[in-house]
Design a protein around this ligand. Structure first.
Ligand SMILES: [Zn+2]
Length: 160
């Protein structure tokens, strides 16, 4: 989906960045970056800047920018969806690597047998591998946890 918003999260929002990636949103995050650089990248790459820093969000230097108010990651995700009207339904088909934001590709069991624990190898239904850093993910407890969080967010947003 080319129309999905792309994000850039500031240093305070590492956990939010991971979740947005898991949900398939292209989200950049740098552990060490100064404000000017952050603003520059957001503008240059046409990304929406997510920040906890009132100073950045108030300055007129930025393009699209959202001040995140909550310290709770799930609440932060809701703030993002509310502000940008982002859709988050079909998650698993367009995932991003939680570690590096690379694109995840479906891989055969035989291609990753050396990289995952044996019980996972035979019990998980599907595997994906990051095209950039090579990290392998599988459907299983990880997915169940993600589904639970997304269901909770869904329910909460519908109730409003
Ligand atoms: Zn990766």
């Amino acid at each position: 989906m080319p129309d999905r918003p792309r994000f850039l999260a500031d240093v305070m929002l590492g956990s939010l960045a991971k979740w947005l990636r898991i949900m398939g949103y292209d989200t950049l995050y740098f552990r060490l970056i100064d404000d000017n650089e952050l603003v520059r990248i957001a503008k240059q790459e046409n990304r929406m800047l997510l920040t906890r820093d009132m100073g950045i969000s108030k300055s007129k230097r930025t393009g699209d920018c959202l001040l995140i108010r909550s310290q709770d990651t799930v609440e932060q995700i809701k703030e993002v969806f509310k502000a940008f009207g982002a859709r988050y339904g079909k998650v698993i088909s367009a995932q991003r690597c939680a570690s590096c934001n690379g694109e995840l590709l479906l891989v055969e069991r035989s291609a990753i047998f050396a990289e995952v624990p044996e019980y996972v190898l035979w019990n998980a239904k599907a595997f994906v591998k990051c095209g950039d850093c090579g990290k392998v993910y599988w459907e299983g407890s990880h997915r169940v946890m993600i589904d639970a969080v997304i269901a909770a967010i869904d329910k909460d947003m519908e109730a409003r």
